[in-house]
Write a protein that binds this ligand. Structure first.
Ligand code: ATP
Ligand code: MG
Ligand code: MG
Length: 531
């Protein structure tokens, strides 16, 4: 029976259905070290953490590296996942590795064979799948216990003959549930394993491994995404067949976001083919990527836990997540000025006779953010778009300064670009009465910090990705724009990783990885959630 509970962790309260359970739970998050964690994994990890630790319970969260396939896994990915979990502020009570149980799983396989519940199969590549679809028995289904044991030993040596075989559970080849149609439980693989080297040439499949290890490691509730629901009976079959403790399963829905790939196979391809700068690229849906883009861990955790385990598979909008993030960054992010260098316009101002500076608040509504230096002078820079909008004798407001009247506009007659402007300072004017609040920077060498502003787009062009979609048909040909700009002097002193707001431009994060390109500070746009 499910019980409604409003639970509070870290001061926030979440309404998450928990199965009734006596005492603390043991849960496990089982990442395969075959890529960095993405936002879908974050949901699984956070829910497991929550079930074990909600309400101050001292349950046990196991982080189990599901490392049973040397073709995809590596130490690099294992280390990355450790870091990713830290980044998410998830602290496992215990870390384990499927590979620590290879001997035991081998012995369980032998037991299954001896009990007549498994057979060795050497069907041609693909034939097994065809048989399964057609609900036909494999031609080897009746292979004897002795022959199966011999084949399994042959597989264990990794010989050419052994490699032709796999081991399958003998469940029900004609079951309406495809997962019960004699699933493969052991396969050969000659590649070295990142933890066990070349000790093993055979590896258990996830279907065999998960029910055994959940039972052995004392898991009291196994959380799985409901795409695996068909597998629940198979999972129970394995435990039953091996005489192991039955572990209850709890299904929750996958986390999906529009225009977002959450398949490690596709993400690996994007990284390997150099379509992004790496797993931590700000366009990637990895934890690292999203945080590098400017998502706060606080907003991310809160957003996912607020969604809860819900069983409906939905395609969430990124906007909702970024709006939640905005609530965190807006009140504390310093505000600065950036002026695009593209056709930047120099204005001469009459009524100013010297260069001077003043300290101004870095955040109009939060004094705790401190102060910044604003330089004033006879020559200032404004953006071409603003200059284009000016009319003769128009009164405008220069932000952080006061009003000025546009006295002259010079344009290039061929390009029609504004090339120079003359302003007359008019500080008596009322800043509340002007239509235009203009960003500007004093044109003084010490005042101008060169920066590069990146604005990103989705990596793919399709809202909802299907498993069958080919990556090449999904890719967005243009995923970023890059603008050279000048920022005010204090921007040069910000700590790496600061998220700020450039007045009238939006939120940007000073990247800590590529902090400088050609002497320019690198900023990534942080979406505000408005589409
Ligand atoms: P992929 O299918 O992308 O190759 P995976 O799901 O097999 O990856 P694992 O490392 O095995 O990757 O996943 C670890 C855990 O995270 C599993 O329990 C899995 O169910 C869960 N998980 C993976 N993707 C999502 C998602 N989009 N939403 C929720 N949970 C997910
Ligand atoms: Mg997996
Ligand atoms: Mg998956």
């Amino acid at each position: 029976a499910q019980r409604d509970k409003a639970i509070s962790t870290r001061g926030a309260s979440y309404k998450i259905d928990l199965p009734s359970f006596d005492g603390p739970m043991t849960t496990r998050f089982p990442p395969e070290p075959s890529g960095y964690l993405h936002i879908g994994h974050a949901k699984a990890a956070l829910l497991n953490d929550y079930f074990a630790h909600h309400n101050g319970q001292r349950g046990t969260l196991i982080c189990r590296f599901d490392d049973t396939n040397p073709s995809k896994e590596s130490m690099e990915f294992q280390d990355a996942i450790v870091e990713d979990l830290k980044l998410l502020q998830i602290y496992a009570d215990r870390t384990s590795y499927s590979s620590d149980y290879f001997q035991e799983m081998y012995e369980y396989a032998v037991k299954l064979i001896k009990d007549g519940k498994a057979f060795a199969d050497d069907s041609e590549l693909g034939q097994g799948d065809t048989d399964r679809i057609n609900r036909l028995p494999s031609k080897r289904r009746d292979l004897s216990i002795e022959d199966t044991l011999a084949r399994f030993e042959e597989m264990k040596t990794g010989s050419t003959e052994g490699q032709r075989w796999c081991l399958r559970a003998r469940i029900a080849y004609d079951s309406p549930n495809g997962t019960l149609r004699d699933p493969v439980i052991f396969r050969c693989n000659l590649l070295p394993h990142h933890r066990t080297g070349s000790t093993w040439k055979i590896y258990p499949t996830y279907d065999f491994c998960a029910p055994i290890l959940d039972a052995l490691e004392g898991v009291t509730l196994a959380l799985r995404t409901n795409e695996y629901r068909d597998r629940n009976v198979q999972y129970a079959w394995m435990q039953e067949a091996l005489g192991l403790r039955k572990v209850p399963i709890y299904d929750f829905s996958r986390f999906n976001l529009i225009r977002t790939l959450l398949s490690k196979r596709k993400l690996t391809k994007i990284v390997d083919e150099g379509m992004v700068w790496g797993w931590d690229d700000p366009r990637m849906p990895t934890i690292r990527g999203i945080v590098r883009r400017g998502m706060t861990v606080e907003a991310l955790r809160d957003f996912i836990l607020k969604q809860g385990p819900s069983r409906n598979v939905v395609n969430l909008e990124w906007g909702a997540l970024w709006s939640a993030n905005k609530k965190v960054i807006d009140p504390i992010g310093p505000r600065h000025t950036g002026i695009s260098e593209v056709n930047v316009v120099r204005c001469q101002i009459s009524g100013v006779d010297q260069t001077f500076s003043e300290l101004k608040p870095r955040h109009a509504k939060n004094a705790a953010v401190g102060k910044k230096t604003v330089w004033y002078g006879r020559s200032i820079l404004v953006e071409q778009d603003d200059a284009q909008s000016f009319e003769f004798d128009e009164e405008i407001t220069l932000m952080n300064w006061g009003n000025a009247i546009v006295r002259q506009i010079s344009k290039d007659s061929t390009t029609n670009l504004v090339i120079a402007i003359e302003l007359e300072l008019h500080l008596e004017g009322d800043v509340k009465k002007t239509k235009k609040k203009i960003t500007w920077l004093a044109d003084l060498e010490d005042n101008l910090v060169p920066v590069v502003l990146y604005t990103f787009d989705y990596l793919i062009t399709k809202d909802k990705v299907e498993k069958t979609d080919e990556l090449k048909d999904l890719l967005n040909p243009s995923t970023f724009t890059r603008t050279e700009a000048r920022a005010d002097c204090d921007v040069g002193k910000l700590p790496m990783g600061t998220t700020l707001q450039f007045d009238r431009k939006g939120y940007f994060k000073l990247d800590a990885v590529r902090s400088e390109i050609e002497g320019k500070l690198v900023f990534f746009d942080v979406p505000s959630g408005k589409s």
